[in-house]
Write a protein that binds this ligand. Structure first.
Ligand code: FAD
Length: 385
């Protein structure tokens, strides 16, 4: 594994950093305050190719892979972690999964809009009573001969009420559990029978919309089944193993933002006649943050490298996601302590960092679920895909 970035990767890094500083940074606090989703940022990300990783160029992909993707995403998430969701919501979720499992017609119809940012994407797995236990989902797709009829409720769907196109996982076999799920492509703008409700009052991620989706006799064209019937669980796990890199990269980037902020503050804030950074206890906190920040970033690059080289990477992805989540929560907590009272004020970003960091412990597999994946692979109970 080469730890140095190639010239092309450096250019991608510079471009993404420049974009995040110019197009995202000026709006972060204002949009947070107003819980405002700035749609045009997604369009600009698409224009710059920031949504087209590992997608063939014939469908609008940017011709670059995992190493460039995590390098760019890291720069964006460091400025505002909400925007890391768009890469998973558009590219690593629907576009990449359609590219892997879709028919030629599905690829041509849906991928270009997602990678260009013309359309907002999503993927809907979770339900009010089905979270970690994906196989227990109740949303059902009934085969009506010439179409599918979908009924059920999805919960906590990122971009659910703002998206144009998304993947929906639903049961297609009564009592089939994980073996009776299938995946569908949903055109949200042209499908009657879907009610989309924003979930308000979230702890964090205030500029990233999250939604409840209610399907009541929603008619889905027959050709919108993605991949084989009843293989939805495998498709879902394949997809999550990609989208989890969004959480891993986003959490590593958030821990880096906390460290950078804490270092600056520790050098500026003076107490007892010297900068607080001169005190050993603050140095210990900075050292712990640095250790976790470096380790989180290394795990992200290791998983990305394995993916790039088409080597087994499920355990590496879970390690990066789990460790990154811990590093982000710990880093945000430490930053708030180092900033003292100012950390508790909305004048500084510590509150946002802490609120946003907590998401990583839950979504796309809770920390418990990732510990199980890591241990089961280690113990030889399941293969490392
Ligand atoms: C901001 C946000 C965005 C989201 N975006 C999406 C999205 O775009 N699409 C989507 O489909 N979902 C999304 N989710 C949902 C998210 O993926 C789920 O919340 C997550 O999978 C956990 O499910 P749950 O909340 O129902 O928790 P549960 O599964 O009910 O878990 C509750 C607790 O029990 C523990 N637990 C459960 N089972 C076990 C077990 N077998 N062993 C040990 N411990 C266990 C968990 O670790 C957790 O601590 C989002 C959630 C949030 C908060």
């Amino acid at each position: 594994m080469d730890f140095g970035l190639s010239e092309e990767q450096r250019m991608v890094q510079d471009m993404a950093r420049d974009f995040a500083n110019k197009e995202i940074a000026p709006y972060v606090e204002k949009d947070e305050e107003n819980h405002y989703y700035r749609r045009e940022i997604l369009t600009k990300m698409g224009d710059l190719g920031l949504l087209g990783w590992s997608i063939p160029e014939e469908y609008g992909g940017n011709g670059m892979g995992w190493m460039e993707a995590v390098t760019a995403l890291y720069e964006i998430a460091k400025v505002h972690t909400s925007w890391r969701l768009s890469v998973s919501g558009n590219c690593w979720g629907p576009a990449m999964t359609i590219n892997e499992y879709g028919t030629e017609e599905q690829k041509q119809k849906y991928i270009p809009g997602l990678v260009s940012g013309k359309n907002v994407g999503s993927f809907a797995i979770t339900e009010p009573n089905s979270g970690s236990d994906v196989g227990s989902m109740k949303t059902f797709a009934t085969d009506k001969g010439d179409h599918w009829l979908i009924n059920g409720t999805k919960m906590w769907i990122s971009g659910g009420h703002t998206c144009d196109v998304g993947l929906l996982y639903a049961a297609t076999e009564v009592g089939g559990g994980a073996k009776g799920l299938s995946c569908f492509i949903i055109d949200y703008n042209n499908t009657p029978g879907i009610t989309r409700n924003p979930i308000l009052g979230k702890v964090g991620m205030w500029t990233a919309p999250t939604s409840e989706l209610v399907f009541e006799d929603a008619v889905i064209p027959k050709e919108n089944l993605l991949g084989p019937l009843n293989k939805g669980f495998q498709i879902c796990m394949w997809m999550l193993n990609n989208t989890r890199m969004g959480c891993a990269t986003g959490s590593a980037a958030l821990s880096a933002a906390c460290l950078e902020g804490a270092v600056q503050y520790a050098n500026e804030r003076t107490q007892f006649g010297k900068p607080i950074g001169k005190y050993q206890m603050i140095q210990q906190q900075i050292a712990e943050m640095k250790l976790e920040d470096e380790a989180a970033k290394s795990l992200v690059y290791r998983a990305a490298w394995l993916k790039e080289n088409k080597l087994p990477n499920q355990q590496a992805t879970s390690l990066a996601k789990l460790f990154g989540s811990n590093a982000a929560v710990h880093g945000a907590n430490m930053a708030m302590k180092i900033y003292g009272s100012y950390g508790y004020s909305t004048e500084y970003p510590c509150g946002r960092w802490l609120r946003d960091a907590k998401q990583f412990e839950t979504l796309e597999g809770t920390s418990n679920i990732h510990m199980q994946i890591i241990a089961k692979i280690e113990l030889g109970y399941q293969p490392n895909r």
